[in-house]
Design a protein around this ligand. Structure first.
Ligand code: PDD
Length: 280
C-alpha cells in the first residue's frame, strides 16, 4: 500500500481521507500538478511548481508551502514509496469549509494531498508505436491555463474516444485544435516545421510543451506557434501529443485517417529520444 501525504501527515492510502465538505470535492475549487518521476528523479520539477504558483495566484488560493517545502515533500514521497518510474500527483484545495457554501469562509485552511502513481513512462507502447485519436468539440471553460481539477469535459472526451475504438481525443474549438484531452498537440508540416498552438487562456501551458520547444531549438528544428485545424493535422507528416506522463506520444491516426505512413515519424522519434536522453 502507498504512503500518502495529506495535510501534514504521512498515512497509508486506506487511512488518507478528505472531508465531504472539502471544496475540492464539492466545487472542484482546487488545482493540481502531475510531475513525472524517471529513475527516481523528478522531471521538470521547477516548471511544475512555477505553474502551481500561477494557478494559485489566478484563484487567490494561498499555498502555505514554499518551493523548498514542496520539493522536500516530493522527494520524501519518492523515498517512502520507493518510486523509480511514474508520477507524483499533487492537489491543493481551498479546504474544508464545514458546510456547502459557495463563498469560502475566511480563515479556511487549504487541503494538500500528494500521492505516487507507479507506472512505466519510457517503455510504453503508446510512446513507441503511437496512439489513435479522435477529434471532438472542446466544451471546457474559458480559463484552461489554470490547472484546475474540473476535468469532466476531459473524462467525457476520453470516454467518447474509447467508444469509437481510439486511445485519446483532440479538442476542437472554432475550427482549430486547442489541445489534447490531457496533453498539448504538435504537428510537423509537410515542409518540416514543428507547429503548436500559442499560449493563451484557451490551453494549459504544458511544461512538457515548453521543454520540447527548447529541445527543438537545440536540434535546429524550425518551429512556429500558431493555431492549426483538424484538416491540417490529418494532412500533416507527423502529429504528437505531450504531457508529463506521456512525454511524447506519436499520434498515428486521427478520426481513422492515417497520419503520414501511419507510423511514428522521424521528428517525433528524435524529440522523444532526446527528451528521454536529457533525463538520464
Ligand atoms: N495533464 N493540457 C491539458 C489539458 C492537460 O491536462 C495536460 C497535462 C497538458 C500537458 O501539461 P504538462 O506537460 O505540464 O503535463 C496539457 C496531466 C498530465 C494530467 O492531467 O494527468
Amino acid at each position: 500500500s502507498r504512503t500518502v501525504w495529506i495535510n501534514g501527515s504521512w498515512l497509508p492510502e486506506q487511512e488518507a481521507k478528505v472531508s465531504v465538505f472539502d471544496r475540492g470535492f464539492l466545487f472542484a475549487d482546487a488545482i493540481y500538478e502531475v510531475t513525472a518521476v524517471i529513475d527516481g528523479k523528478l522531471v521538470d520539477f521547477d516548471g511544475h511548481m512555477a505553474r502551481l504558483r500561477r494557478s494559485c495566484a489566478s484563484l487567490s488560493l494561498a499555498c502555505p508551502w514554499d518551493g523548498e517545502a514542496l520539493r522536500a515533500l516530493h522527494q520524501e514521497l519518492i523515498q517512502r514509496n520507493q518510486l523509480d518510474e511514474g508520477a507524483i500527483y499533487l492537489q491543493l484545495t481551498r479546504g474544508d469549509s464545514g458546510d456547502r457554501t459557495f463563498l469560502c469562509p475566511e480563515g479556511t485552511e487549504p487541503t494538500l494531498v500528494l500521492f505516487t502513481q507507479a507506472r512505466e513512462i519510457v517503455n510504453v507502447p503508446q510512446g513507441i508505436q503511437g496512439i489513435r485519436a479522435i477529434t471532438c468539440p472542446d466544451i471546457r471553460w474559458g480559463r484552461r491555463d489554470i490547472k484546475s481539477v474540473g476535468l469532466l469535459a476531459a473524462c467525457m472526451a476520453k470516454q467518447e474516444a474509447r467508444r469509437q475504438g481510439a486511445d485519446d481525443a483532440l479538442l476542437v474549438e472554432q475550427g482549430f485544435i486547442t489541445e489534447g484531452a490531457s496533453s498539448n498537440v504538435f504537428i510537423v508540416t509537410p515542409d518540416n516545421r514543428l507547429v503548436t498552438r500559442p499560449l493563451g487562456n484557451d490551453i494549459l501551458h504544458g511544461i512538457t510543451r515548453g521543454t520540447l520547444l527548447k529541445l527543438a531549438q537545440e536540434l535546429g528544428i524550425e518551429h512556429v506557434e500558431r493555431p492549426f485545424t483538424p484538416t491540417e493535422a490529418r494532412e500533416a507528416s507527423e502529429v504528437f501529443i505531450s504531457s508529463a506522463t506521456s512525454l511524447v506520444w506519436p499520434v498515428v491516426a486521427i478520426d481513422g485517417v492515417a497520419i503520414g505512413d501511419g507510423a511514428p515519424g522521424p521528428f517525433t522519434r528524435r524529440l522523444r529520444e532526446r527528451y528521454i536522453a536529457a533525463l538520464r
